[in-house]
Design a protein. Sequence first.
Lengths: 246, 228
Amino acid sequence: MANDIVLRVKDVYKSYGDLEVLKGVSLELRKGETVVIMGRSGVGKSTLLRCINRLIEPDAGEIYLGNTKVTGTGIDITKIRRRIGMVFQHFELFPHLIALDNVTIGLTKVLKLPKEKAKELALKYMDKVGLMDKAYSHPAELSGGEKQRVAIARALAMSPDLVMFDEPTSALDPLLVGEVLDTMEELAREGLTMLIVSHEVGFAKEAADRVMIMNEGKIVEEGPPSLIFSDPKHEFTRKFLKRILH
Amino acid sequence: MEIIEAILDTLYFFYDCLPILVEGLEITLITSVASFGLGLLIGSVIALLRVAKIRFLHYILTAYVEIIRGTPLLVQLLFIFYGIPIVFGIKMPSLVVGIVSIGICTGAYQSEMIRSGIQSIPEGQIEASQALGMTKWQTMQFIVLPQALRMVIPTLINEFIMVTKDTSQLMVIAIPELTRRASWIVYRTFKPFQVFGIVGALYFVMAYIASRLSKYIEKKYRIRGLIR
């Protein structure tokens, strides 16, 4: 059983000066699982994701990706990051590169794949997110939803063990949220391991294996969406859900 | 009739001056391009080192930029020209001194331009490249610099125009560039109005070509669909 655990986070702490953002977060993700983290803004959800690939340095705690230790000194973090995809709230596509090259750049520069092979793979993932016809457009020529799908393709093409999504639909026009969520739902069905910070209850109900509720730097409650949304145990969860479900 | 004669006289005079001035123009162009190139090299290295935030280098580089910005080029030029032979006991050709002096000066300005370009790239771009597994240098090379340099092309070309005009100060260390040659002709002929008129026009043409070139380069490297 132990070796189908993709991600193990143990007692992670992070503060900025006097502000304690993460106060001992622990979680595990099994292979193929889709986990949605919910919670008010500012409770440290984004910080948690950034600690996992060490875009932010955690103060304490241990993180493992499969059997590889992520935290600690003397670790080549760039080698680990290529195994963890990340999709950002504001897409963060590289504006000077066409959509296709946004996907190939990680393949050629990080994974050192030959150009032809990288292009072939990138086109495959552009097709997967339904954007074959936009492969040669620059990011500025794409809609928000299209940008986010390119960002998803960029993450997927690296064949990561895990993809993290940081509020992937929060910056989108309501009309465009659907196309991104549909893509993510399909990925969940295909068994991609995903850790998602999101407020989309509908999506969580539909696609998540587990939902985690975060408050004040800790995960206060977790369970399958059917349970969390219908019969929350924790007082905070009840209040929080009332507000977002209403 | 008198007017036509005067115009013809002036034209003949221009024609006589031209070979001397064109030679000067060559030196002006060579020193401009060489010192701008040297400055670009110095500026890029300093910008990268300052962005890398290496503590002890930081103070030295900040001091360099501040000192250069706070003193006139003419003073720097004379200081280096007379200072180096005294301190190091070597005499360098004045052309080299001129190119190096202006290079050091424009290097300080260019480093600030490039640095502001680098720092204008949003943090999210850096996060996204690092999340892909790029090293710091790869992020700089493939993501930050291509965007930053596009942004500073107009400012850099503007700096090149400034440099071409600054080379006129090289006359004080006896480099026979355009302005110095003009003053030779003026001493001999006492026609400052006509001579400096042509010289001004020649500088203007250089600057104008450079600024058209800037527009062209900007257009060529513009990121499609991105309005700035």
